[in-house]
Ligand binder design. Sequence first.
Ligand SMILES: Nc1ncnc2c1ncn2[C@@H]1O[C@H](COP(=O)(O)OP(=O)(O)O)[C@@H](O)[C@H]1O
Ligand SMILES: [Mg+2]
Length: 272
Amino acid sequence: MLQVRNVTRVFGRQAAVDDITFSVDGPAFVGIIGRSGAGKSTLLRLMNRLTDASAGQILVDGRDILALRGAARRQWQSDCAMIFQQFNLVPRLDVVSNVLHGILNRRSTLQTMFNLWSRADILRAIAILDRLGIAEQAPKRAEALSGGQQQRVAIARALMQDPRIILADEPIASLDPMNAQVVMDTLKRINVEDGRMVIANLHTLDTARRYCDRVIGMRDGRIVFDGTPGQLSTGAARDIYGADADFNEAATSTSIPSDTAPDDAYAARMLA
Ligand SMILES: Nc1ncnc2c1ncn2[C@@H]1O[C@H](COP(=O)(O)OP(=O)(O)O)[C@@H](O)[C@H]1O
Ligand SMILES: [Mg+2]
C-alpha cells in the first residue's frame, strides 16, 4: 500500500531525512521514534506534502505521491490527514466548525465566506464527535476544552476528511497521562475498526510498545530500527536514542520546534 523509496530531504547542507526506505503493506499502526532532530516530523511532512523531497519516491498503490501537483496534490492531502502536537484548532471557533474544517478545501470560496455547511456535513461532524465521546462539546469554543478533548476534536477533523492514512506528529506530547491514553486508544480504535493506516511519531518507548504493530527508529535522518515492539529491546533503544549513560526508558524526543511552523503550514493549506 505504501512504499517509501530512498527519500531524502536536505535543508541547507544537512539531510533531515537521509535516504529512507520502508514499506507498509496493510492498515498497520506504525510508530516512529527517535530523539529530537532525528527527522521524524520531516518524514511525516514529506508524506503529507507539506514539504517537498529532495530525492526519492513515495508510492501509494503504485502512484508516486511526491510527483502530484495542484488538485491531485490537494486530493492526496485529504486522503492522508495530519494531527499535530498542538492540536492546531481554531481556538475561538466552536467545535463542530473546527471539525467541518476537515473538508474546507472541498468547498467553494463563497460557501466558505458565508460559512455555509450542508446539513448532511453538519450531521456527519456531530456523528464523528459522538463516536469519539465528545458530542456534548459540539457547540463550545475549542479553547474551552481540555487538551485531551481538543486532540479528539483534531482527530474528528481528520476523520471528516475520510482519510486512508492518519499521520500524527507527537499527538500526546502535550497531554497528561490520562488524556494521552484516551487519545492513543482513539487512534488505535480508528486503526482497527476503520482499517485506516496510522503513522505516529511518538516520544516515549512505552507508548510505541503498547500501541504499535511496528516501530521504526530514526537517528540522524536514517532508519536504525524497523521491527515489532517485541524486538525493541533496551539495546535497540540505545541504538536509536544514542548510547548515553543516562539513557532511560522514558526517553523523550519532544521539543516544540522553533524552526518549523506546522500551524502556519496547516493554515496555508486550508486556505489554499
Ligand atoms: N524548515 C526547516 N528548515 C531548516 N531545517 C529544518 C527544517 N525542518 C527541520 N529541520 C532540521 O531537520 C532536522 C530534523 O528535524 P525534525 O524533522 O523536526 O526532527 P524531529 O521531528 O525528529 O525532532 C533537524 O536538525 C531540524 O533542525
Ligand atoms: Mg518533530
